[in-house]
Design a protein around this ligand. Structure first.
Ligand code: TPP
Ligand code: MG
Length: 512
């Protein structure tokens, strides 16, 4: 077991998220002995979300270790999230002795098969001498090409077996030949010839580290860039060409239908882009963005000043429509999501990590905050569209960025999925500020029901004093009922370095 833990550390792993269970006891002991931090949570769902969120923020696998049986089923939520978003993650699960598997062992379950459909690689560690070899195989699968989650199941007798350095089987690494350089000429020609080009930059560009090059090119030639909502962002700062998130309920300025040359870069054509149905002139270019500028010049390409101006005008109209929609929903007695987002806009520094979890409030945040930037250090649910990952996401963000402000903006429904994690965060000093925008409903779903059926169905929630709940879990809780109070409390909570929950009752309402 020591070899395995040492190898994880050699790969840069500093912590493992977990919920204990005897199925992994030898691993826990070895981790403790080696000084590998164990971050404990109260639900394997959160433990897996922590690893997934780390992978999405840091682009290296987050590691989550859970026991056996239902523990693995619980962790599936986070693994599935990583699978749908394509983020690197390693799930370790324990089990009874390999000799007893399938014979009715305690928590006997074919975890390898259970997890396989939502991982790039799922394997049983079937012999102590193969632990490093199999770890290498899994790690490579998680990180090579498009990243994704992987799983290793570690039976108890294999964990306990003593194995000498000489018995270890090592992976044979052959140095791969570099592939041919991507041909950027056709895409450069198409972009240069078009009147209204549009780059759709998806998570693939973020993970391959091409975001800066793509934005540099787009900025120089005034080509608008949009990112599918919930994909990883590449615009860490306000950018001259970044034109917001696109898709799903969020809308965004509708540039797709108007463009005569859409280039998918590390993005997939899915529901968020309406499967690109009826869109003409769709191209794909996942790499080579650092080489495209000269090819574009060669093809006679010029800056698309007029089109960019039109895009900015459309964005302005979109923003104005948003403001009037917000104004129509404002009530005197409660804050509105628009005002909460306004305070975030004023308060968040460029490097602050914002985590968005929730329905309507999440849509407001996306539409209002992402018009000029959508930073890679912000975290959203990802392509799965999940709610309830936010507290784990905030803990992961604190692990990933020990010195930055970390702020979670959550709906009241999303917040309660795993609310007890506040205790784990406070105890383990993984600090952040959570703003709970409380409309006492599964708001976005409720509006959908009212629109379709004229009434809500199972979407009303009761009152919770989130400030008092937070206090009972060892965090700081403050009820906030005005914009001024929110401004003051958010600022001081960020400075305090404590886990703080700001309970903000809001009037509900969707941006679209
Ligand atoms: C795991 C999961 N369950 C259910 C949903 C469906 N869903 C999407 S948004 C939403 C409502 C979220 O409510 P809340 O967090 O209070 O945010 P609000 O819409 O009220 O702002 C629900 C239930 C989901 N996306 N993920
Ligand atoms: Mg709500």
């Amino acid at each position: 077991m020591e070899w395995f833990v040492e190898d994880l550390q050699r790969r840069g792993v500093e912590w493992v998220s977990t919920l204990c269970g005897h199925g992994l006891d030898p691993f826990f002991h070895a981790a403790r002995q080696a000084g590998l931090t164990l971050v404990d949570l109260r639900n394997e769902q959160s433990a897996a979300y922590v690893a997934d969120a780390w992978g999405r923020l840091r682009r290296t696998p987050g590691v989550c270790a859970v026991s056996s049986g239902v523990a693995v089923a619980n962790a599936m939520a986070g693994v599935l999230n990583a699978h749908m978003d394509g983020s690197p993650m390693l799930l370790l699960s324990g089990s009874a002795d390999i000799t007893t598997l399938g014979r009715g062992a305690f928590q006997d379950l074919d975890q390898v098969d259970l997890v396989r459909p939502v991982t790039k690689h799922s394997r049983l560690i079937d012999h102590p001498s193969r632990i490093l070899h199999l770890l290498d195989e899994a790690w490579t699968a998680a990180t090579a090409g498009p990243p994704g989650p992987v799983h290793l199941m570690f039976p108890m007798d294999v964990q306990k077996a003593a194995v000498t350095r000489y018995e270890l089987v090592h992976a044979h690494r052959t140095q791969g030949q570099p592939g041919p350089a991507p041909d950027v000429a056709p895409i450069a020609r198409a972009l240069a010839a078009s009147k209204r080009p549009l780059l759709i930059a998806g998570s693939g560009v973020y993970y391959s580290g091409q975001g800066k090059a793509l934005l540099g090119f787009a900025g120089e030639f005034q080509i608008p860039v949009q990112t599918p909502i919930w994909d990883r962002g590449i615009a860490d700062r306000d950018h001259a060409s970044f034109a917001g998130v696109v898709g799903a309920a969020s809308g965004g300025p509708k540039l797709l239908a108007e463009s005569d040359c859409v280039v998918l870069a590390g993005a997939i054509s899915d529901y968020r882009l309406g499967y690109l149905e009826g869109i003409a002139g769709v191209h794909r270019q996942d790499s080579g963005w650092d080489k495209i500028a000269s090819a574009y010049r060669l093809a006679g390409g010029a800056p698309h000043t007029e089109w960019m101006g039109q895009v900015r005008r459309q964005q302005g109209e979109f923003a104005a429509a948003l403001e009037s929609r917000a104004a129509s929903q404002m009530r005197g007695d409660r804050l509105h999501s628009r005002q909460v987002v306004q305070v975030l806009e004023e308060t968040l520094s460029e490097d602050a990590v914002l985590i968005i979890d929730g329905g309507s409030v999440g849509q407001w945040a996306h539409q209002l905050l992402s018009q000029r930037r959508y930073p890679g250090h912000w975290l959203t649910c990802g392509r799965s569209g999940v709610v309830g990952y936010g507290l784990a996401g905030a803990m992961a963000a604190r692990l990933a960025y020990p010195d930055r402000p970390v702020v979670l903006l959550s709906g009241d429904g999303a917040f309660t999925f795993n609310v007890a994690e506040l205790e784990c965060a406070a105890r383990q000093r993984l600090s952040f500020v959570a703003i709970v925008a409380d409309d006492q409903s599964w708001g976005i779903t409720q509006s959908g029901h009212i629109r379709q059926f004229g009434q809500p169905i199972s979407t009303q929630l009761g009152p919770i004093r989130f400030d008092l709940l937070a206090e009972s879990l060892g965090a700081t809780g403050v009820k906030v009922e005005s914009v001024d109070a929110l401004r003051t409390e958010l600022g001081s909570a960020i400075r305090s370095g404590a886990v703080t929950v700001l309970h903000v009752p809001i009037a509900g309402g969707n941006p679209s």
